[in-house]
Design a protein around this ligand. Structure first.
Ligand SMILES: [Zn+2]
Length: 547
């Protein structure tokens, strides 16, 4: 009897060993069929919990409950804007390396403003508007989506979509099959000759449905009875934008009466129906492109732009933003269900994050007696010009944009002045201005290595060839913006702290409060997919996410 047990136990351990080996080998070669990246434009980490009790079970809650929630994920540079945000998520590095230093910036080479996704070498497809002249050419490194394409010998399909062009184009990378964004003047999704010469038939068919017009033909009312929006301030308050054709910023927003007066079909952007339209198009792409149905892993990069427009107009504490998130939750639920039905349960890997967060409306904080307020950048710029003219006989300032001062280096050289000295003088002058905190010169950033705090984040957002001569940071709570709605861009946690959730293929269930940088996402995806890191990647894989 003993012998028999011994034999059995040896036998079973051999079987177990063989099984382990077999499953390890299979697993090593396995990949998800489809990766879906979801970026929410302007989503704060705390929204997950603020709206938790009102979310359904199949949207945000499903991702959190069944996936892995990285609760302490932050952007690790400034400025926390949309263009740099999307580029950093997908390149796994910061503006100091990928070069997308802002949404648009003063271009030292051409002495003109350059938009981050602008490319005059290409033309629009499906549009004649200048918004068609777009590509990722200004982004200097590869994305995780590029690396997926290269690793699969171009067999993986990669497509990016969003209402905002930069949010579709930068995530999809340089080698994407397609990127589509929204042209509000015609109410259609468009692309550029960087990707194709003609819109695919299914995209043309989708555009013909005129969904933007259809969604704008109904009023935007609250999803729940308005008395239930207890997480938000009163609907009628002085911290919100009032649309043309309205007398108060209150529900219901009569969209059929409003949209002609407020930017035409483009107005869908600042309603939750912008998310619904994006979701509709994402589902159409998954279906028509047969994403996740071939051997190679496909990648769909989606960005929901509407929360950002709504945040800018109404602020984080508005009934409008709460309602937007409750509706987005429903759109997400539908999208997740659709993905899993199309490619099979467990075959897709979804991650959800945001390109930046946002502060409370400063005017609201001021009324709460919390230090906050408004910086007048126009005045600051004028003061710097006056100071330079008085001391050097010339204004010497070409631009003050994205909190960076660009000096006229050519004129400084002609006048045989010392650039470093002028940078220092300007920095000392700006430092004395009200509500300015850190001020750093380009020379300091080139010679010093900062390791923490706002100076570190400013350095990670500083690109030696593209950035200005003096970089300025304001005090916490201070922005240059109208006194309604909110904006973002600072190194403070209200702008940097965003949700990050992984869900699906090979992802553990759980959460972590460990310190995670936004640049870790691409590195984590590279490890999961067993492919090269993007070529400028500075992030590290999040160990705890994977099974
Ligand atoms: Zn954004």
């Amino acid at each position: 009897m003993k012998k028999y047990i011994l034999f059995l136990s040896i036998f079973s351990s051999i079987v177990a060993c063989a099984q382990t080996k077999k499953s390890t080998t299979t697993k090593e070669n396995e990949k998800p069929k489809l990766v879906v990246g979801i970026v929410i434009d302007q989503m704060r980490y705390d929204y997950i919990y603020r709206f938790w009790n009102k979310f359904g079970n199949d949207g945000f809650k499903k991702l959190v409950n069944q996936g892995f929630f990285c609760k302490n994920t932050n952007f690790n540079y400034v400025p926390t804007y949309t263009g740099p945000g999307h580029a950093s998520i997908y390149t796994g590095t910061t503006p100091s390396v990928h070069g997308i230093i802002a949404n648009d910036w003063y271009d030292k080479k051409t002495a003109k403003n350059l938009y981050c996704a602008e490319d005059n070498k290409v033309t629009g497809v499906g549009t004649t508007a200048k918004e068609g002249k777009r590509s990722p050419a200004n982004m200097l490194t590869t994305t995780i989506t590029d690396e997926l394409r290269i690793s699969s010998n171009m067999k993986s399909k990669v497509i990016g979509i969003a209402l905002k062009d930069r949010s579709a184009i930068l995530p999809a990378g340089h080698t994407a099959n397609a990127a589509y964004w929204f042209d509000g003047s015609i109410g259609s999704f468009i692309s550029s000759t960087f990707y194709m010469n003609e819109l695919p038939a299914y995209v043309q068919e989708f555009n013909k449905k005129e969904l933007a017009k259809k969604y704008l033909s109904q009023s935007w009312n609250t999803l729940l009875p308005i008395t239930e929006y207890t997480e938000s301030v009163a609907d009628d308050n002085k911290y919100e934008f009032v649309a043309k054709g309205e007398t108060k910023p209150v529900f219901p927003h009569n969209l059929p009466n409003l949209y002609e007066k407020n930017g035409g079909l483009g107005m869908i952007r600042s309603t939750p129906f912008g998310n619904t339209l994006t979701k509709d198009f994402a589902m159409e792409i998954i279906k028509s492109e047969n994403l996740g149905k071939e051997n190679a892993t496909d990648f769909l990069a989606i960005s929901f732009s509407s929360p950002d427009y709504i945040g800018h107009l109404y602020g984080p504490n508005s009934v409008e933003q709460e309602d937007n998130y409750l509706r987005l939750d429903k759109d997400l639920a539908e999208l997740i269900k659709f993905i899993e039905t199309q490619v099979g349960q467990g075959n897709s890997l979804i991650f959800l994050t945001a390109d930046h967060a946002a502060p409370e409306v400063p005017a609201y904080l001021m009324d709460l007696k919390i230090p906050a307020g408004y910086v007048n950048e126009n005045k600051l710029e004028k003061d710097v010009k006056k100071y330079l003219a008085a001391n050097y006989g010339d204004s010497l300032l070409l631009s003050y944009s994205n909190q960076q001062l660009f000096l006229n280096r050519q004129l400084i050289e002609t006048k045989k002045l010392v650039l470093q000295q002028i940078q220092e003088d300007v920095a000392n002058f700006v430092q004395k201005a009200e509500n300015v905190s850190e001020v750093l010169t380009a020379t300091t950033l080139n010679n010093t290595q900062f390791t923490e705090g706002a100076r570190y984040l400013m350095q990670k957002g500083y690109h030696a060839n593209r950035s200005g001569d003096v970089l300025v940071n304001y005090a916490p709570g201070y922005v240059d913006f109208p006194h309604y709605g909110t904006t973002h861009g600072s190194p403070y946690s209200y702008d940097t702290h965003v949700p990050l959730i992984f869900y699906g293929w090979n992802i553990k269930q759980g959460s972590t409060t460990e310190d995670i940088n936004i640049t870790d996402i691409a590195a984590t995806l590279a490890m999961i997919l067993n492919i090269q890191f993007p070529n400028g990647c500075t992030g590290k894989p999040i160990q705890s996410v994977v099974k």
